[in-house]
Design a binder for this molecule. Structure first.
Ligand code: SF4
Length: 316
């Protein structure tokens, strides 16, 4: 074991920027999680970016493990059963290691850790057990709200970073995620991620049937979900990204799939899908800035099936 994050971290937890100092053996912090790993689904997932999930005509998909709890708990979270309600099943690090191997055997193109930070002391031992056997990359799928020190500690574990960059205006971050320091925290974390991986690396796969396709092996994909009523914040964020992150060193993934759910009804401005006009304004801004390396979701993608059933599949 050669990482600096251990289960001692659960005693006075500062794994994420909340820095609750909770002794998670006795009480929970903002994420609502104790010291025992909990997950709600471990299965192949086909709705990530195509360089992660592969094309529709090929078996494979991303080997996602959805962990319970969250350090952001956004008001509009589509996975609210996990982030807010803590739904899931307790598993050991050894069981998680077996799950990683099983996902690879099922044909996963990668192991995709979804919202993992609050359980890192339990996840890293699982990776230590199997990473010499895994031949597929590890994806770290997170809300962008990370400590730089945590990103650094994961240098030898994570091949592909998949952070959200949710807000430019910290007032929005405060209102919807109770994180008034979100912007500068995420900016520093993502900058570190880019520095650690360097430019994206791909592998071309040429199946006997179907066309060749590319899978990502290393790099950073910055995700941004366009929120209803807040296209101007999205556009300001794109300008900042263009000015501050080195060109060619990351991919941008613009998402239009916002669907009102959970607490959205408490925020009238969020209680609807985005309009075509709003989304096109953001897409046009990205194009005019030259931010075209990456993915722009079709506006018609606002479908609930992007959220899989959290039925404990793959955790037996
Ligand atoms: S991981 Fe949870 S308990 Fe630890 S600092 Fe973050 S929110 Fe608090």
């Amino acid at each position: 074991m050669n990482h600096t994050i251990s289960t001692d971290s659960y005693h006075a937890c500062s794994l994420c920027p909340r820095g609750c100092s909770a002794d998670r053996y006795k009480a929970t912090g903002f994420c609502g999680c104790g010291p025992v790993l909990k997950a709600a689904r471990a299965a192949l997932h086909f709705w990530e970016e195509p360089v992660l999930s592969g094309p529709e005509y090929e078996p494979g998909g991303s080997g996602t493990v959805f962990f319970s709890g969250c350090t952001l708990r956004c008001a509009f979270c589509q996975n609210f059963e996990l982030s807010e309600e803590g739904h899931g099943k307790e598993i050991s690090s050894g069981q998680l290691a077996d799950i990683f191997l099983r996902l690879e055997a099922q044909g996963a193109h990668n192991i995709n850790l979804v919202t993992a930070t609050h359980y890192l002391p339990s996840i890293l031992p699982a990776l230590d057990q199997v990473r010499h056997r895994l031949t597929i990359p590890i994806v770290y799928n997170c809300g962008g709200y990370e400590r730089v020190s945590t990103v650094m500690a994961l240098k030898d574990y994570v091949d592909i970073w998949l952070p959200d960059f949710k807000y430019f205006d910290n007032q929005l971050a405060l209102r919807y995620s109770r994180a008034g320091d979100y912007f500068e925290t995420a900016a520093a974390a993502i900058s570190q991620m880019i520095g650690q991986t360097g430019a994206p690396v791909f592998e071309t796969v040429a199946p006997d049937s179907g066309s060749p396709y590319r899978l990502m092996k290393k790099g950073v994909i910055i995700r941004h979900l366009v929120l209803p009523s807040h296209k101007d914040d999205s556009i300001r964020l794109l300008h900042w990204i263009k000015e501050h992150f080195p060109e060619g060193q990351y991919l941008l993934s613009l998402l239009s799939q916002y669907t009102p759910c959970f607490h959205s009804s408490q925020y009238p401005e969020l209680n609807r899908r985005i309009t075509t006009y709003e989304y096109n304004q953001v897409v046009d801004a990205a194009i005019s800035l030259g931010l075209t390396q990456g993915f722009m979701q079709e506006k018609s993608s606002a479908k609930e099936e992007y959220t899989p059933p959290f039925n404990l599949e793959g955790l037996e």
